[in-house]
Design a protein around this ligand. Sequence first.
Ligand code: UTP
Length: 297
Amino acid sequence: MKVRKAVIPAAGLGTRFLPATKAMPKEMLPIIDRPTIEFIVKEAIDSGIEDILIVTGKGKQPIENHFDSNPELEANLKEKGKSHLLKLVQETTNINLFFIRQPHPNGLGDAVLRARDFIDNEPFVVMLGDDLMRDKVPLTKQLIDRYDKTHASTLAVMRVPHAKTKDYGIIEPISELDHGLYDVKSFVEKPAPKDAPSELAIIGRYLLTPEIFDLLETQKPGKDHEIQLTDAIDRLNATQRVFAHEFTGERFDVGNKFGYLKTAIQFGLENPEIKDDLTKYLKEVGERLEPKPQQKK
Ligand code: UTP
């Protein structure tokens, strides 16, 4: 069966960005001028996804508003001849987007479970807004290409420095079946480097078969008393094959403050409007932090 649907869970509390996220969804924090969720939606569309379900919760209306048309604003831009801005504003309005609520932020697994009726027994992709991915072929499309051959659930993983395994879910691979495709024995949540079974960390894209829903229904709360998606995938792995696909492109982790700032700088350095000023500014900052040694007269 063709993979046509994606789920973007966006109902979390975004505590790492408080107080900014008290009244503003974390998914709407912009990288320069684009909310992070727009990058995710674009990756889905560029991967051939037809229907996208965004799981929202309390205070997340700005996400829905962002993807609505705004006739007043559009008329104003048209009148003033700002056709470039008009095009940007209209880009986000013609997408097959659906929304559903997660009443309580009970965890990522619980958010994905809200998508059960929408998915309706098809394979689907879960895309987390914390990770922006860049590669010649979008990562979601890479996962779909794998699925077309294996018909199995496949998680995106990426090699991380050994010392960083403690920050991720790490897979224990059995073997590399094809270039960058692994058979998974188990998942270990945030292992200390000495206990890590590999350096392959789960990142924010999952292609899942619909059998995951029965497991999510019965999944007991795990870490942080939340229904964890990886716990249910671990159980899925006991009944059907689960693979891991190694991503070798660029990953921008915008879910924490430093990663968010680094991403903004990187995208700024690539933005024609500001790259020259930003480069000059960063040089000045560098010199201020590390003044050149004074020459002796
Ligand atoms: P995170 O744990 O990274 O997001 O969940 P968070 O909880 O919003 O942020 P912090 O950790 O408090 O700063 C990964 C994704 O899963 C969604 C989040 O919105 C985020 O995009 N999520 C998480 C839900 O939709 N529901 C939940 O109950 C938990």
